[in-house]
Design a protein around this ligand. Sequence first.
Ligand code: AP5
Ligand code: MG
Length: 191
Amino acid sequence: MVNFLIFGPPGSGKGTQSVKLAQKFNLVHLSTGDMLRAEIAGGTELGKKMSSIMAKGELVPDEVVIEMIAAKIDSAKNTAGFLFDGFPRTVEQTKELEKMLGKRKMKIDMMLVLDVDHDELVKRLISRAELSGRPDDKDPSVIENRISVYRSKTEPIINYCQEKGLYQPVNGVGSIDDIFERLSDKIKHFA
Ligand code: AP5
Ligand code: MG
């Protein structure tokens, strides 16, 4: 099994690229953002509790997403590995993921970081606001907050993974197909 983190700020293309990569390399795509939105759509108690945090662009508590991910890892079958999208989001979540994988004789094999400048991120998310129905895309100040939470709480994971030799930056600006090729080139050495 090979396990990849697809990493980058909001709007960098994690979700878009994950769907294509998962299909090409037979990976299970695990997006904590999608899982949380499914809880909200399903009207669950957890969804009700998390929706106001997400609407502000803040992070939900570490233990909520860790529990979600653990359940998904154990239920996956016949896969070449996992592609983690939007998780981990804090160094604490990263350490928990390492423990979780370690118990199952796995590890994080590579961190793919999509590099996209601030103006392009904002442009993408504002144009998605029309279509996505995501409350966190609708308000430009929430978009800015998501980016700033990424810089302060999530980006430190890059250093943590760089020290372990896992860091692989990828230019995230260009056509979706070109970026897919760049990512595929990195993954194909493993999968
Ligand atoms: P999450 O769902 O992870 O959202 P995010 O990080 O804000 O990122 P996005 O999904 O908006 O962007 P993306 O990088 O996936 O880009 P996409 O491919 O969609 O998290 C949402 C919230 O949930 C968080 O704020 C938090 O509250 C909570 N949460 C989730 N996980 C958590 C965790 N682990 N811990 C704590 N809280 C957590 O692309 C964006 C747009 O750009 C699309 O319209 C797309 O079509 C377009 N696009 C993509 N590629 C290109 C391109 N190359 N050129 C032009 N446009 C492009
Ligand atoms: Mg996403």
